[in-house]
Design a binder for this molecule. Structure first.
Ligand code: C5P
Length: 403
């Protein structure tokens, strides 16, 4: 389901150098199907013009309390909005919103609205870390405002530090969370996700590999990031992902085990999406095995079962999720695995079905919980499957809290 289709988003742009990035945010919201009304502050004008936004969104851009045919544009914009997002939000806008001061169209609209608000601060590190700014941010959070934290990186003037506007994907993801009703329901959670197939070396050039593309694991990592989680992605594949996700590159099952053992203990959630090889060569030949020497016999041994090891050492607070790629008796086999490996959830897919599993952009799964419940998710893109898996994770955590 597209959370943006025909929804009304007010995009507030205040006067920081990052204002140019709001153009990309606007474009993505429009592409996703939203009606976007932009409000530019007077200072934002110094960085970017209204024509760019009106051309992209086909909606008039608002710049002042006084330039609209309607005498009360702030209440109209605020009442009609499904969500308001301010990107970038300067220290001044944040202070005005926190203290209830209204001196222009954007500040008046923020105070006049009942719609959820997403604030995306961007400023120099010294300003972002100032106790007054942090206090205002805390006040806004306590009122239910969603704050998309700035990232570390290059700032205006060549400085480097915290304060750079979050990337457009993260901002649009936060807006999507609001529109879908999920918000940033994974805020404060550490999640470790594994993705891709392991490669076990035979010699210097050859490996035992599998067809896993990593798409499902990346989709889980990215959806968790959009929902506010702090994500570590342990991956064997070279795919682009969202800035803000901490990527650990590995190749073999042994390396994946080591990385997982480093990150899992502090994780609230671990999702083993990776297709880990079950067997590896006992010895890796030095150099390349020469074909002139005849067909080699390669002795194999079992790899460590990473998920089973995680299940044995599982901290009480953790939600452990495994995957089960099956071709027959899908649910029954997956249930057995869930028990044997001490999991909280298992995501079973019938990889013999069309469009399902390895390499495809779509998947169809049954999510089975340790309490016995089963959720079937019919064929959908891997991001929708990821959303369903994370919904189940969140449900397990809230059921535990209410026990
Ligand atoms: O037992 P099976 O290999 O079918 O279980 C699949 C699940 O176990 C997946 O979540 C996969 O990531 C994990 N696994 C593992 N280590 C292995 C094999 C599978 O963690 N050596």
């Amino acid at each position: 389901m597209n959370a943006f289709r025909d929804r009304r988003v007010v995009l507030g742009v205040s006067g920081g150098i990052a204002a140019y990035k709001a153009v990309e945010v606007c474009r993505r919201l429009v592409d996703a199907g939203a009606f976007v009304s932009t409000i530019l502050t007077e200072d934002a004008h110094r960085f970017i013009g209204p024509v760019t936004f009106s051309a992209l969104s086909s909606e008039p851009v608002h710049t002042s309390l006084w330039d609209d045919a309607s005498p009360i544009p702030h209440t109209r914009l605020g009442q009609n909005a499904d969500v308001i997002v301010v990107a970038p939000a300067t220290a001044r806008i944040i202070a005005a919103y926190a203290t209830g001061s209204s001196y222009d169209l954007l500040t008046a609209t923020l105070i006049a609205t009942r719609a959820p608000v997403v604030i995306c601060p961007a400023m120099h590190t010294e300003m972002w870390e100032h106790p007054a700014v942090q206090h205002n941010i805390a006040v806004l959070r306590s009122r239910g405002v969603i704050v998309v934290d700035p990232q570390e990186g290059r700032l205006a003037g060549g400085d480097v530090g915290a304060g750079r506007l979050a990337d457009p994907d993260t901002i649009v993801g936060a807006v999507e969370g609001v529109l879908s009703g999920r918000g940033r329901d994974m805020e404060g959670m550490n999640i470790t996700v594994t993705a891709g197939g392991t490669r076990e070396p035979i010699d210097a050039v050859r490996v035992i590999a599998n067809r896993s593309s990593g798409k499902q694991g990346y989709a889980i990592a990215e959806e968790a990031h959009k929902r506010g989680a702090s994500v570590t992605l342990i991956s064997t594949v070279d795919r682009p992902t969202l800035p803000g996700i901490s990527l650990v590159e590995v190749e073999t099952a042994a390396q994946m085990l080591q990385a997982v053992e480093t990150h899992a203990p502090a994780s609230h959630v671990v999702v083993m999406t990776a297709a880990v090889a079950d067997f590896r060569p006992v010895h890796t030949a030095d150099g390349k095995i020469k074909k002139q020497n005849g067909i080699p016999e390669i002795a194999l041994e079992a790899t460590p079962d990473i998920l089973a090891a995680l299940g044995t050492a599982k901290p009480e607070h953790q939600v452990l999720v495994g995957f089960a790629a099956e071709t027959n008796d899908v649910v029954e086999n997956a249930r057995g695995k869930l028990k044997r490996k001490n999991l909280d959830l298992i995501v079973a897919n019938d990889v013999s079905a069309p469009g399902v599993g390895f390499g495809h952009s779509t998947n169809a799964v049954t999510i089975i919980s340790a309490d016995g419940s089963e959720t079937f998710v019919p064929l959908a893109d891997k991001h929708s499957i990821a959303t369903a898996v994370l919904d189940s994770v969140v449900a397990v955590r809230s059921a535990r809290r209410s026990q």
